[in-house]
Design a protein around this ligand. Structure first.
Ligand code: KIV
Length: 271
């Protein structure tokens, strides 16, 4: 008799069913094997190998410098730790914009080399040809509207997007375009809650919000932020579930004290 427990894997179909049943989707970012194991075992639905790795892993000011090969390295590490969650990988800046053939090649490279389940890209109607081309190769695509950090130098600021009528109308149009082009879900970042609610209601595919209120189909946070590893970044939408920055600082101070006072290692902690 097999003692192996059947593991229910999350697919893009599962997410669509969740939206239909009104069941919210929980998504977090992951960039390495150990964290992916913990988040997956804890039951997270979706793990995003976000290009926020450029900020939180590499220390860059923006998401622009991270390369396709670096994203694949992070994605490979995450995929090795996952049994249940859907793994989505960001197409990095410069790997898809303005060229649908390049977008397809970058997506194929990610899927082949990392074993991930889907890709994500930023933008509206301007990336619809790329979405059609990538999905026609059987690769699921997640969209991303609102604050799109790869365009930070166009916006000039990380403040809330689509507050005025013109930008809100464009976002609604873009959301419909992403759905008709084949996206299986859309991230809505830092937009008014009422607009996110309206967009979510108008689509059959799920929306995943970050700073987009509660009337969306799921939520995503950057894991380093939600664990409180970073004490400087405090946007209004962020709820910190732990204060790891403080806990780690205390642990390091205690360890240093024990080493210097020769308390560590003691007689039981040696061979
Ligand atoms: O790169 C990332 O972490 C993201 C999320 C903020 C949605 O795109």
């Amino acid at each position: 008799m097999s003692v192996h427990k059947e593991i229910k894997k999350i697919t893009t179909r599962t997410l669509l069913d969740m939206k239909q049943k009104g069941e919210k989707i929980a998504m977090l970012t992951a960039y390495d094997f150990t964290m992916a194991c913990i988040l997956d075992e804890a039951g997270i639905d979706v793990l995003l190998v976000g290009d926020s790795a450029s900020n939180v892993m590499a220390g860059h000011e923006t998401t622009l410098p991270i390369t396709l090969d670096q994203m694949i390295y992070h994605a490979q590490s995450v995929v090795r730790g996952v049994n249940h969650a859907l793994v989505v990988v960001d197409l990095p800046f410069g790997s898809y914009q303005g060229n649908s053939k390049r977008a397809l090649e970058s997506s194929i490279k990610i899927m082949k080399e990392s074993g991930a389940h889907a890709v994500k890209l930023e933008g509206g109607s301007e990336v619809s040809d790329s979405i059609k081309r990538i999905t026609s190769a059987g690769i699921p695509v997640m969209g991303h509207l609102g604050l799109t950090p790869q365009s930070i130098y166009k916006f000039g600021t990380y403040t809330v997007r689509a507050k005025d009528e013109e930008e809100a109308a464009k976002l609604k149009q873009d959301a419909r375009k992403l759905e008709s082009s084949g996206c299986f879900a859309i991230v809505l970042e830092k937009i008014p809650a009422a607009l996110a609610a309206e967009v979510s209601k108008s689509l059959t595919i799920p929306t995943i919000g970050i700073g987009a209120g509660s009337d969306v189909d799921g939520q995503v946070l950057v894991t380093h932020d939600f664990l409180g590893l970073n004490k400087e970044f405090s946007p209004r939408f962020l709820r910190r579930y732990l204060q790891l920055h403080e806990l780690i600082t205390k642990a390091v101070q205690e360890y240093s004290k024990d080493v210097k006072s020769k308390d560590f290692p003691n007689s039981k902690e040696q061979y």
